[in-house]
Design a protein around this ligand. Structure first.
Ligand code: MLT
Length: 201
């Protein structure tokens, strides 16, 4: 594994013609966490899986928060830029086209920030249990980008209103958004796996 700006795992593609996935873990996860999910939803795709650099009581995250659901927005901006730079570096090192993000929870939130701040970093995104990452994001052109948002109807962390606001924001920016509310909590369910796999193919 070459030394790049994020600790990461990279698994090369074993089949042709599928976009690579950028795997973005939740709070307390690491670069190994979402590899089994990536392999389940996108068999044969290259997988690029960085570890978030922010530590909250020892738990890796992709940006700082002030409380649950209250984000340090200056840090969100700085970290999204840092992650977009890593994606560019990794694309060069591994010879990859723009990846589709597959993010869970905090990883979904940084993926949403990437879409809003550095849209060139991603070809699209599957956002699992995502929230609006920035109160007043800049205008952005997401025309042609496919985005899947899967929310949990019983999620105690992400209010339904917030997930709906994120879907509306991305849609108004031109993205092709599919937003589905699943009978689930904040954790992932079998339905997430089935729907992401179907959406990716
Ligand atoms: C976040 O901090 O990004 C969200 O509250 C999700 C989480 O990590 O619990």
């Amino acid at each position: 594994m070459p030394t790049l700006s994020f600790t990461h795992r990279f698994l090369p593609a074993t089949a042709e013609g599928r976009p690579p996935l950028l795997l973005l873990h939740g709070t307390g996860g690491d670069e190994h966490d979402l590899v089994p999910l990536g392999q389940a939803v996108a068999p044969g795709s290259a997988l690029l899986s960085p570890r978030g650099k922010v530590l909250e009581h020892g738990m890796p995250r992709f940006f700082r928060r002030l409380a649950e659901g209250v984000f340090d927005e200056a840090d969100v901006i700085a970290r999204a830029n840092e992650l977009a730079d890593f994606v560019a570096e990794a694309r060069e090192a591994y010879g990859l086209p723009a990846p589709v993000a597959l993010g869970f929870s905090n990883g979904a939130n940084i993926a949403a920030a990437l879409l809003l701040l550095r849209p060139e970093a991603l070809a699209g995104a599957a956002l699992l249990r995502a929230m609006v990452p920035l109160g007043a994001p800049p205008a952005v052109d997401l025309a042609g980008k496919r985005i899947l948002i899967l929310s949990g109807a019983m999620d105690p962390i992400v209010p339904a209103e917030n997930a709906g606001r994120l879907a509306g924001l991305l849609e108004r920016s031109g993205a092709l958004v599919r937003h589905q509310n699943l009978p689930a909590g904040h954790g992932l369910s079998q339905a997430d796996v089935t729907i992401v796999k179907e959406w990716l193919s």
